[in-house]
Design a protein around this ligand. Structure first.
Ligand SMILES: C[S@@+](CC[C@H](N)C(=O)[O-])C[C@H]1O[C@@H](n2cnc3c(N)ncnc32)[C@H](O)[C@@H]1O
Length: 234
């Protein structure tokens, strides 16, 4: 599959070619969806050419982080309130990673889709909160390949998995972002394999975010319930 990048004007040409090299994108303004580099950073032009930016300084992100406390099931399940290393196998928009880093953890974000990985890198580079920025690392790679090549001294305490699932939450905000992800990526049919690989590497636990009512992938050792989702702990 080919992935594309265009740029707004000639002054951005060099930077665009750098991005294209890093994420193996073809420079073209003919195809959709594609990435588009403009003065303010990268945007994704979706199938209808609607621009979508990933901005971690955005008020909506800050608002969500504000309401989140040590009692939040994500933070409790992932142990993010302590100074541990969490590896997020499915970074997506990086929302969960951002919350876990905000709670105190160091987070490695793995993303296999080059468009999402490029948007994550751009959001990370533009993050105002430098402490938060220093706690996060974005890597464009398939998480299963990455974990299988990890040395024991680099094993994280916790591995977090939020795979693409055909049935998900339906709030307007989630819907918009989810629609884009569904355009770009296929549902994960390898969740069991992801958990099995993660269990061999995580020093403390593996956490799977899963729709609240969906049947379990593998019987978990623990479970924390959210409103529409739950966290299964292995
Ligand atoms: C449901 S989204 C994750 C949303 C994320 N938790 C958030 O807060 O924004 C799933 C993401 O995982 C990525 N993904 C799926 N399988 C992967 C794998 N094996 N390695 C790396 N990324 C993967 C998909 O490309 C997609 O972007």
């Amino acid at each position: 599959m080919k992935y594309y990048l265009s740029y707004a004007h000639e002054a951005l040409r060099e930077q665009a070619f750098e991005f294209a090299k890093t994420f193996q994108l073809e420079i073209s303004d003919k195809n959709l969806p594609r990435l588009h580099l403009q003065e303010e950073g990268l945007v994704l032009l979706d199938a209808k050419a609607k621009p979508i930016k990933l901005d971690w300084n955005d008020a909506a992100f800050k608002q969500r982080a504000k309401g989140q406390t040590g009692t939040d099931p994500l933070i409790r399940a992932s142990l993010a309130g302590t100074k541990i290393h969490i590896l997020d196998m499915t970074a997506g928009w990086g929302k969960d990673s951002l919350l876990m880093a905000k709670a105190g953890a160091t987070v490695t974000l793995l993303e296999k889709n080059p468009y999402m990985a490029a948007l994550l890198s751009d959001a990370h580079a533009h993050l105002d909160d430098k402490l938060l920025q220093s706690r996060m690392t974005v890597i464009w790679q398939d998480a299963k390949t990455y974990l299988q090549s990890l040395k024991p001294e680099d094993f994280p305490e916790v591995i977090y998995i939020d795979p693409m699932h055909p049935v998900r939450e339906k709030s307007a905000q989630v819907k918009k972002h989810l629609q884009v992800l569904q355009e770009l990526t296929a549902p994960n049919d390898d969740v069991k394999e992801m958990i099995e690989i993660a269990k061999k590497v995580a020093k403390k636990r593996v956490v799977l975010k899963w729709p609240a009512k969906a049947s379990e992938v593998i019987p978990p050792q623990g479970r924390l319930m959210g409103k529409t989702i739950r966290f299964d702990i292995y």
